[in-house]
Design a binder for this molecule. Structure first.
Ligand code: PLP
Length: 345
């Protein structure tokens, strides 16, 4: 019953097989290998437009470097107050951009237009005393397991265009969001105004592979140098790229994310029927947030062997619990967990 994160799972055989295949013989280093070269075409097919792809090994690197490519040092990045780039990346986005992150509050993890307008009006364009608005970062799916509709992304991008801001998407769980929306990868990215995406594969089953995807080559600039300087130009890049390729081949991403999302929906259905449980957000991807009435109930769940994270300050009397499902979450674990919650309450 490990619901602590989707990265507590291992990797599916397709990923391991791809790495084993990449292991045969020699190949060029530093991204000149065959798998890396195939990625441009494969991601361009996936997104239905020509893209520029830069594999990196962590989501933090993808986000920090992507933001650095669209934000000057004197710039402002607007993001949700709970965004991973704001609270969980140890200042890496600030380190790589030198820019200012400005958090936008909302209860459901999604940046809103009104929140953006409120935040942006404090920064006067052309005033040398003010950091200059430069970019917006949206997490898809969000840190509260909610998903931006394509119309949400389009509306925020329209605001961004009007305000001369670039749009970044933190897609650590992009596949989960895509499965949830049932739209094409194009619909919720470049067609909706996203300039650069951190495409996540690790949380969906890769060993360690993410990609920075540029939809507008004008933003690429010196990215190759930035990635090298950040230590993310792997000499044996073929092993990172092979994982990304395997994710796209045969729509593996979809199969893995569909399972993770359906396990979260199963949790939602089971937990939602238990008196005393309050679901904090509608489940739209692979994460479930809920409360139990007190810490005693939470501890009783831990005592029964369940693993999860507490998503509210430890002093909160009514703890917010986060459950994350992965491609490997067994339905039996979901049912056992729901049974434990029923027993405890
Ligand atoms: C929404 C989101 N973005 C980015 C990341 C960063 O990924 P990594 O831990 O690989 O740096 C995470 C990881 O938890 C995440 O949840």
């Amino acid at each position: 019953m490990n619901f602590a994160s989707d990265n507590t799972a291992g990797a599916p055989p397709e990923i391991i097989d791809a790495i084993v295949r990449a292991n045969s013989g020699t190949d060029s280093s530093y991204g000149a290998d065959q798998a890396s070269r195939r990625l441009t075409r494969k991601f361009s097919d996936f997104f239905g437009t020509d893209v520029t792809v830069f594999p990196v090994a962590t989501g933090t690197a993808a986000n920090a470097l992507a933001l650095a490519s669209i934000t000057p040092r004197h710039g402002v990045v607007f993001c949700h107050q709970g965004a991973h780039i704001h609270v969980d990346e140890c200042g890496a986005p600030e380190f790589y951009t030198s820019a200012k992150l400005v958090p936008v509050p909302s209860p459901d993890g999604k940046v809103t237009l009104s929140g953006l307008r409120d935040a942006a009006r404090h920064f006067h364009r052309g005033d040398v005393h003010h950091a200059q608005p430069a970019s917006i970062s949206l997490s898809q799916s969000t840190e509260l397991g909610t998903v931006y509709a394509t119309s949400d992304v389009s509306a925020i991008s329209a605001f961004a265009r009007a305000e001369q801001l670039a749009v970044h998407m933190d897609g650590a769980r992009f596949s989960n969001a895509l499965v949830s929306l049932g739209c094409t990868p194009a619909d919720v990215t470049w067609k909706a105004g996203v300039d650069v995406l951190s495409f996540g594969a690790t949380k969906n089953g890769a060993l360690g592979a993410e990609a920075v995807i540029f939809f507008d080559s004008a933003h690429v600039g010196d990215f190759s140098y930035m990635r090298k300087r950040a230590g993310h130009l792997f000499s044996k890049m073929r092993f990172v790229s092979a994982q990304l390729e395997a994710m796209l081949d045969g729509d593996l991403w979809r199969r893995l994310a569909t399972h993770a999302n359906s396990m979260a929906t199963r949790l939602e259905a089971g937990l939602g029927a238990i008196p005393g449980v309050t679901l904090a957000q509608p489940v739209q991807a692979n994460e479930v947030f809920f409360t139990v009435p007190n810490h005693t109930a939470r501890r009783a769940l831990l005592d029964r062997g369940a693993k999860f994270l507490l998503w509210s300050p430890p002093a909160d009397e009514i703890p917010l619990i986060r459950l994350v499902c992965s491609f490997a979450t067994p339905a039996e674990d979901v049912d056992r967990f729901v049974g434990c919650v029923r027993e405890v309450l």
